[in-house]
Design a protein around this ligand. Sequence first.
Ligand code: FSX
Ligand code: SF4
Ligand code: SF4
Length: 292
Amino acid sequence: MATTIEYPVIWLQAATCTGCPVSVLNSVSPTIKNLLIDEILPGKHISLRFHTTVMAGCGEQIINVMENTWKQHKDGYLLVVEGGIPTRGNGKYCSLGERNGAPVPIAARVAELGADALAVIALGTCAAYGGVAAAAPNFSKAVSVAELFRSTGINTPLINVPGCPPHPDWFSGTVANILLKGLPEAGDLDEFGRPKIFYGRLIHENCQRRAYYDEKKFAKNPGDEGCLYELGCKGPVTHADCPTRLWNGGTNWCVGSGGMCIGCCSPGFPDMVSPIYQQAPDLSLPNIGASR
Ligand code: FSX
Ligand code: SF4
Ligand code: SF4
């Protein structure tokens, strides 16, 4: 009889708006049921052991489940981290459970679980690059998983899956790829640690309003026909496959619905793409400036 291999997953939530799991829960193909209960690939099943938003349990019981998974599956579980990681105030701004009667800072949890994981997925722009959690003035001194790992000398393989929130396919596709082919090789990730299969192209390259841009037909007000560049669209500097993948089960995407790309997958989001509703200064990037 064919056997099913179980891959334990621990999902930690640091300083987050919880948009990331809400997005993943809305996965259409595979459905969240396929993802969590069925086999994600033939013979391979994800066993989500810990996730504070979707777990029914609470308190010490669930902390024990997390710690037992950590101790029993060293180098065999996948760690997903969501949210920026506050480093100020020794856990005052974000902690998870207690040890010897004292709250455990989330930074300590991510470091100890990160050190013993098979691989870590930094899910969402906050975990990948600091994002909203680390936006100025960053009072809690939130950092990304990569920054935390650098400062604590952890070198577990790390994959950044940004987006505020990330598309469910970017998460399920990254997990499926690990189960299918093993950990990503150097050429599979871009310079910002993102899988090239999802983040390899600029939004601007595949945008349905691109012909307007080339013809210099710019929308002057939201709702106008035309390219949204002058209204502040950050598609020319943002890498993701939203125009071709589409969101909500293939329904639409930001620019398609008349909104613009706010650059939510970019390492500098939100500070470096602000003011969001203002035209970005002309940058010497491919496709920008040359045709105008
Ligand atoms: Fe950040 Fe995600 Fe934006 Fe929110 O977990 S990436 S604020 S969608 O929830 O962390
Ligand atoms: Fe599309 Fe924005 Fe590029 Fe205009 S600037 S073509 S709206 S991605
Ligand atoms: Fe984020 Fe831009 Fe994609 Fe919208 S179009 S989800 S703002 S990367």
